[in-house]
Design a protein. Structure first.
Length: 293
């Protein structure tokens, strides 16, 4: 089954909800970055959250970036998503291994430590919107819940999960985001809170093979759920040799000249997907002519 995001409303538009299945997306990221199990879980959760948050944006050109910086051994995470279900991301230290936490699960909080989460939305305006909050639990879902409440003033509940196979490939990944509209009735809030408190975990729902639609049915039990649309989700990097050329040109003539004088080809790796681009000395000589400084 290919990955996808479901967008829905419930309780006469008093609730808007998103759910996603992202197993293939997270597995593609794991393969691209050769992440350890705990790094896969951390990155997978943020990729899933990022894909759903990206789908909230209205315009094709809108871009969302989520950065987490922590004092834990993993260092940090960066995820970028568009409005069409394309998402990419990387871990600063993908090789980090940690023992399980007290619950016997992958210790994402221990890997990230104390830090900040930043959400940057580039919607074609003069300046991008930037919201920043302190990590609450470093488990990512709770941190995004807190971000929505404080930075966007939208009461929300975020659930994210990644399940690993014994061979450290991704078994299941997915999640949900449920948001309350300003005009919501108190009894709707009470019912929703009761539903969410009944859920054991997102990973348990994924382990039962539940689809995004079934996850929303469980989270929104007792409400009339109206699925608005579904969209495919995928790990997708838009890097090209031409984009890397522009990055090299931007570093300036002095640095490019030093590369030329070394007399060896250079290799540039894309942070997001790990793809390598090689530039010969002759190609560097062409690029230096385009540099303006």
């Amino acid at each position: 089954m290919t990955d996808y995001i479901v967008r829905a409303t419930a309780a006469n538009n008093q609730i808007r909800a998103f759910a996603a299945t992202t197993k293939e997306t997270v597995e593609a990221a794991r393969q691209a970055h050769n992440t350890s199990p705990v790094a896969t879980a951390a990155l997978g959760r943020l990729l899933t959250g990022g894909a759903m948050m990206g789908s909230m944006m209205k315009n094709d050109s809108d871009m969302l970036t989520i950065q987490i910086k922590g004092d834990g051994p993993i260092g940090g995470l960066t995820v970028t998503a568009d409005s069409k279900g394309n998402v990419k991301g990387y871990v600063e230290h993908p090789e980090v291994m940690l023992p399980p936490n007290a619950q016997g699960k992958l210790d994402v909080a221990g890997a990230l430590g104390i830090g900040l989460i930043s959400v940057i939305k580039d919607m074609g305006l003069k300046e991008p919107y930037v919201g920043q909050t302190i990590l609450q639990t470093s488990e990512i879902a709770e941190d995004l819940t807190y971000y929505f409440a404080t930075s966007e003033q939208v009461p929300s509940s975020v659930g994210l999960g990644v399940l690993m196979e014994h061979d450290n490939t991704v078994k299941q990944a997915g999640g949900f985001i449920v948001q309350l509209m300003p005009f919501i009735d108190d009894d709707v809030v009470d019912r929703l809170e009761a539903n969410i408190n009944k859920i054991s975990s997102v990973t348990s729902m994924l382990d039962r093979g539940m689809t995004p639609e079934e996850i929303l049915e469980e989270v929104l039990d007792g409400f009339e759920v109206e699925v608005k649309d579904t969209m495919p989700a995928q790990f997708y990097c838009n890097c090209t040799k031409e984009r890397v050329e522009k990055a090299i040109i931007s570093i300036g003539k002095k640095d490019i000249q030093e590369m030329i004088e070394d007399g060896k080809p250079i290799e540039v790796n894309c942070h997001f997907c790990g793809k390598s681009y090689e530039f010969s000395v002759e190609e560097l000589k062409t690029l230096i002519k385009k540099a303006t400084r």
